[in-house]
Design a protein around this ligand. Structure first.
Ligand code: UDP
Ligand code: MG
Length: 312
């Protein structure tokens, strides 16, 4: 059996197109289950999904008590997978469902554990967003041990063993692209041309994406902490050199110390450095704080399946 996880947040406009397409594709495949995770939508997404579940016994849905975010929605899906294979796919048709049969073939015939989709281009994306995205992938690959391919999407089909590993990674601050990379397994990368969403609007503004990127770095790398310490050590060394210079100049040339402006500059500079480094530490502490609370990742308020884990 193959389980398809579909996180949906206010996707009422795109969902009918998606449902029609995915059903058309799945009809030709083995047994399947479609797991719709309604991430606290405020539009007609839930009634739509309820309707699908009534007409199609392969449809399972979980509806969250509020918006928990796409990461929580994917995690809920993974926790409730029953199939031998599982796939995550967006509801807006940006992840072409038509790739699924090819993905399944590659896993079955070529011995891979997962097949992940990557966009071969970023056409149609705002230039600034592309620029930062590229920087982000370069940086995170350099400073963490989760290797993440540029243009990688969350869209992938994987074997059960990989799903179990993902569920085992129960961290509260989730960054799936990093988790997929961190757990390893043999992954085949399937490229495809970027597709615009079929209807509705993206839920990821620039700043939300930026925050997500920062989360990714903090979750998978301690590099910012080391950078902060090395900067501190560098600054201390520099200040010793400056002190030495001033003492020698005073002794040899008897120069009175002139100008307070330079001193003020240095003081402000140091203050800024200290504050920003405390800020970096604070980010890590905040993550630890949230992890230590052991709060559930999601809370299901409605479902059509008795065996679903309602809180996890
Ligand atoms: N999504 C979600 N919860 C959220 C935001 C998004 O479940 O808080 C879902 C959304 O319904 C879609 C997928 O995640 O199926 C990707 O979202 P979107 O298309 O807005 O992101 P983009 O493709 O622009 O990165
Ligand atoms: Mg999208």
């Amino acid at each position: 059996m193959i389980s398809i996880i579909v996180p949906c947040f206010n996707e009422a406009e795109a969902l009918p197109y998606f449902y029609e397409e995915i059903c058309r594709i799945l009809r030709g495949m083995d047994e399947y289950e479609l797991i719709f995770v309604d991430d606290g939508s405020t539009d007609d997404t839930l009634p739509l999904i309820r309707g699908y579940a009534e007409c199609n016994e392969n449809v399972i849905y979980l509806s969250f008590s509020r918006n928990f975010g796409k990461e929580a929605a994917m995690y809920a899906g993974f926790c409730n997978v029953r199939g031998e294979y599982a796939a995550v796919i967006d509801a807006d048709m940006q992840d072409p469902p038509g790739l699924l049969p090819e993905m399944l073939r590659i896993i079955k015939e070529e011995g891979y554990d997962s097949v992940a989709a990557r966009r071969s281009s970023r056409a149609g994306e705002p230039p600034l967003r592309s620029f930062f995205a590229r920087r982000f992938y370069k940086m995170i690959n350099r400073i963490s041990d989760a290797d993440i391919v540029d243009g990688a999407r969350d869209f992938r089909l994987m074997k059960r063993s990989m799903v179990d590993a993902i569920v085992e990674m129960g961290e509260y601050n989730r960054f799936s692209k990093g988790i997929f990379g961190w757990i390893g397994f043999r992954t085949y990368w399937l490229s495809y041309e970027n597709v615009e969403r079929v209807a509705g609007k993206t839920k990821w503004g620039f700043w939300k994406l930026f925050g997500y990127a920062v989360d990714g770095i903090i979750n998978f790398s301690q590099a910012p902490l080391s950078i902060a310490s090395w900067l501190g050590i560098g600054m201390t060394a520099a200040s010793f050199v400056m002190l030495l210079f001033l003492v020698v100049r005073r002794l040899c040339f008897g120069d009175p110390v002139a100008g307070w402006a330079s001193i003020v500059c240095v003081v402000i500079f140091m203050g800024g450095m200290q504050l920003s480094n405390i800020g970096i530490m604070g980010q890590y502490i905040a993550k630890m704080y949230m992890e230590s609370k052991h709060r559930p990742h999601y809370i299901v308020s409605e479902t059509n399946c008795d065996t679903v884990k309602r809180i996890k």
